[in-house]
Design a protein around this ligand. Structure first.
Ligand SMILES: Cc1cc2nc3c(=O)[nH]c(=O)nc-3n(C[C@H](O)[C@H](O)[C@H](O)COP(=O)(O)OP(=O)(O)OC[C@H]3O[C@@H](n4cnc5c(N)ncnc54)[C@H](O)[C@@H]3O)c2cc1C
Length: 399
């Protein structure tokens, strides 16, 4: 067992590792380094209630301040970790102080992917990952009228819903031929396309952004088709990149994520990774996966914390996720892209419905729309049916 565990990244996964270490009776030192000024906080409300101004910043905090003191967790905020020296067991930090570790957990999350198009540095061009991002975006959301959202994924659609509720004109520009293509099937994409159009959102699919126009501040989005969409503000929401650089530079194996085994161990001794930045082998789905969700961050962090405390637990969950848009709740269980058959229970647009995904007759995923019961049942059914299929999955660099 290690004497001093250092956790790099004070987010959802980082705080859960610290909590689990103490819950599992770990008596050694626990230090958490976070580069943001805020105590660990939840991100889902950033594109929902917090953006709307419906909740205060403090409501985002994952734990009250006393939590860290009571459990002797040394939480250091505003400190960015730099080079990891594997041989010496030390991390350089931006506050000039090296931090020594016996075991290190990398939980550095992701950052927004920014397209390399001209004009991306103009004023009133935003991305959304942190409280600071919302604090930058909110004045524009309140004071401006015309928004273009580049990217029709969850974050783009949730922000579109908030902006429409604030009465703003919103255009979504999507490179694919449908919204949410990376994460769900055609019927669910069609449902959300219709939902947003019914709320007055303009949706432009098959649209490649050639650049952002403006002089100092953005005035429009230029499409490769030659069309320019006027904009007072632009949100870039085309996905996220895992923060793997510290691990990669230290010689730890990375691909799209830091490669870990079922216990969160990286290729380097005594170095673990978990949460959005980690790619792990899913026996259930027969391949390696990197999942960006609260559930995955918590569950994987619990496994890492327990393993470090001497009670190894393997991580192979049924992933689940949710998204709130207007008054509609989408709940996703499992990974839909493993499926070879799709069926719909209910009628989209006429109340709750769910879409089931099967592979070789076994349930691998369910998207439930306004149907919490179907979602909860699905998690159990998928767990049962995919457990029977479980086979070792190699950690590879591709999804
Ligand atoms: C706007 C938004 C909405 C979302 N909505 C949902 C939702 O509805 N449902 C859902 O399940 N999930 C949602 N998610 C995803 C969810 O928030 C993430 O999966 C979760 O936060 C992952 O936790 P994490 O600890 O891995 O990463 P994070 O929470 O991102 O924490 C990582 C921390 O590490 C810090 N860090 C990075 N590098 C360093 C360094 N070198 N030194 C020190 N600190 C560093 C980062 O700044 C960050 O604070 C949403 C995310 C966003 C951004």
């Amino acid at each position: 067992m290690s004497d001093r565990v250092v956790i790099l990244g004070a987010g959802q996964a980082g705080v859960q590792v610290a909590a689990t270490l103490r819950d599992e009776g770990f008596q050694g030192g626990v230090t958490m380094l976070g580069d943001e000024p805020h105590p660990p906080y939840q991100r889902p409300p950033l594109s929902k209630a917090f953006l709307k101004g419906a909740i205060e910043c403090e409501r985002l905090h994952l734990k009250p301040p006393a939590f860290y003191a009571d459990r002797d967790i040394d939480l250091r905020l505003g400190v960015r970790a730099g080079r990891i020296d594997l041989r010496a067991g030390r991390i350089e930090t931006t506050d000039g102080e090296d931090v020594a570790y016996d075991a290190l957990v990398i939980a550095t999350g992701t950052r927004p992917r920014i397209p390399s198009v001209p004009g991306r540095d103009l004023g009133n061009v935003f991305a959304l990952r942190s409280i600071a991002d919302v604090e930058a975006l909110r004045p524009a959301a309140c004071g401006m009228d015309r928004f273009v959202i580049v990217g029709g994924g969850y974050i783009g659609l949730e922000v579109a819903a908030v902006l429409r509720e604030m009465g703003k004109a919103v255009t979504i520009v999507e490179a694919e031929d449908r919204l949410l293509k990376r994460v769900t099937s055609v019927p669910v994409s069609q449902y959300f396309d219709a939902l947003h159009r019914a709320h007055g959102v303009e949706i432009v699919t098959n649209a490649r952004v050639a650049g952002l126009a403006g002089d100092g501040v953005v005035t429009g989005v230029l499409l490769a088709s030659g069309r320019t969409i006027p904009a007072d503000a632009v949100l870039l929401a085309i996905g996220a990149l895992p923060n793997v650089e510290a691990a990669h530079d230290a010689g730890i194996a990375t691909g799209d994520g830091i490669l870990v085994d079922a216990h969160g161990r990286t290729s380097a001794p005594n170095i673990f990774a978990c949460g959005d930045c980690a790619r792990f082998p899913s026996r259930r789905y027969g391949r390696s996966v990197r999942i960006e969700s609260v559930q995955n961050a918590i569950d994987q962090a619990k496994c890492v914390g327990a393993t470090l405390a001497g009670h190894p637990v393997a991580h192979d969950p049924v992933p689940w996720f949710w998204s709130d848009q207007y008054r509609t709740k989408l709940q996703i269980a499992g990974l839909f892209d493993a499926a070879d058959a799709v069926s719909i229970d209910g009628t989209p647009g006429e109340g709750p419905f769910s879409v089931e995904y099967r592979r070789a007759g076994k349930l691998v995923a369910v998207d439930a729309i306004d149907n919490a019961r179907a979602h909860m049942l699905a998690r159990r059914r998928i767990a049962d049916e995919t457990a029977r299929d479980a086979a070792p999955a190699p950690v590879t660099q591709s999804g």
